[in-house]
Design a binder for this molecule. Structure first.
Ligand code: NAD
Length: 373
């Protein structure tokens, strides 16, 4: 039996459970330590998974004492860059940081630099790259099963950075990591809405053009029934993809929708139902991380550069709204353009009063923030 990788987690809240479950499912990791400001959060994880890692309320102390092989960063978005940069200084072999990669493109760039400087492999938790329906869609597109892709249509909500950084990452995954060349979009922000401590817009829409010809369209907080997945229009067919299944319509399907529910590496949709995307995604993401650390694969499909590009596409929508222009990529503005618009008085909320749509995740008397770095 090969030696297991020693994993430690910074931020033991909701999504950390997916990281822990993913690591344990692969049987290639031991969870050696958790760090959280809340002892109750850590105790809950012990109970949920029957594990007994060492608990720390100071993540730097955890890094110093445990020297883990792999570190998960599972704090809110604003903590992703400072904690990735801090963890990288202790030179683990890999860091798996949650999405959105950071709260600004500049901060995400600093994460890439810190990991390069310390020779640390960095992956971002866009775990849907590991769903078999997404991978099948990618393969069908590459095989020209629907001809040339003209449009990927998708819907999101709860702010662009949180939900739709998964969608911008999905566009690139479906298109074999083609590069986005320009973005044009607009936002509305009448209220002082935040999501996990980060400013978000009230609604948005945008078009993303890719180098190879396809374009993608997102409607965010504009329609009620949004979902992770896409309707993909090609010159010779259509694909309708969700996190569980894929439907194909082309000449070979005889003009009818052909349904595919591909099995994952660890689970099937039949076994897990709505839990499938979470459990399969996190386990397969962890498994490829172990392969990357152990040199069995050249790279990880969620590598930092991909998370960085997904974030750039989101912030390019804000920049397009700020500058009233078609934004050429790569995005050159490194601060968060939405923060800039609000703080410069360009987009003052007309119905003032800060609120956070994820405030219910906080504990005790805390209402706005969860992170002290
Ligand atoms: N990949 C996905 O599909 C997915 C799904 C849900 C959440 N997320 C991402 O995961 C991140 C966390 O979200 P969540 O829902 O788990 O939030 P959460 O509030 O449930 O958990 C965050 C935890 O971080 C802890 N924390 C804060 N500051 C800390 C510090 N200085 N040191 C150690 N711990 C600290 C908090 O006490 C809390 O327990 C977000 O960025 C979110 O976007 C990703």
């Amino acid at each position: 039996m090969a030696t297991k990788l020693r994993a430690a987690i910074i931020g033991a809240g909701g999504i950390s459970g997916n990281h822990i479950r993913g690591y344990l499912t692969t049987e290639r990791f031991d969870i050696v330590a958790l760090a959280d400001l809340s002892p109750e959060s850590m105790a809950e994880k012990n109970e949920m998974f029957g594990i007994s890692p060492t608990h720390y309320t100071d993540a730097r102390r955890m890094m110093e004492e445990e020297r883990p092989d792999v570190v998960s960063i599972c704090t809110w978005h604003r903590g992703h860059a400072p904690w990735t940069i801090a963890a990288a200084a202790y030179k683990p072999q890999a860091i798996l940081c949650e999405k959105p990669m950071a709260d600004s493109v500049g901060a995400a760039e600093r994460m890439l630099i810190a990991c390069r400087r310390n020779d640390v492999k960095l992956a971002i938790g866009h775990q849907r790259r590991f769903l078999p329906s997404y991978t099948l869609a990618q393969e069908l597109i590459a095989r020209k099963a629907i001809g040339d892709v003209h449009l990927i249509q998708s819907c999101g909500g709860a702010g662009l950075p949180n939900y739709s950084s998964h969608q911008t990452d999905m566009y690139r995954y479906l298109l074999d990591d083609d590069e986005c060349v320009w973005v044009m979009g607009n936002i509305e922000r009448k209220t002082d809405q935040h999501e996990r401590g980060t400013r978000i817009e009230d609604r948005a829409m945008a078009v993303f053009q890719f180098a190879g010809g396809p374009r993608a369209l997102i409607l965010s907080d504009l329609v009620p029934n949004y979902y992770q997945g896409a309707l993909i229009y090609g010159s010779e067919g259509l694909l309708n993809m969700t996190t569980d299944e894929l439907q194909l319509l082309n000449a070979d399907s005889g003009g009818k929708w052909e349904r595919h529910v591909p099995a994952g590496r660890f689970y099937t949709v039949d076994e897990l139902g709505s839990r499938f995307e979470w459990e399969e995604g996190s386990a397969a993401q962890a498994d490829e991380l172990a392969d990357w650390v152990e040199g069995k694969v050249e790279t990880h499909r969620g590598r930092g550069e991909n998370g960085y590009k997904a974030l750039q596409m989101i912030h390019a929508v804000y920049e397009s709204a700020r500058l009233h222009e078609q934004v050429q990529m790569p995005l050159q503005t490194r601060v968060n353009p939405l923060d800039l618009m609000v703080e410069s008085g360009h987009l003052t909320p007309q119905r003032p009063g800060r609120y956070d749509i994820r405030a219910a995740l906080l504990r005790n008397e805390n209402m706005n923030e969860d992170t002290e770095n």
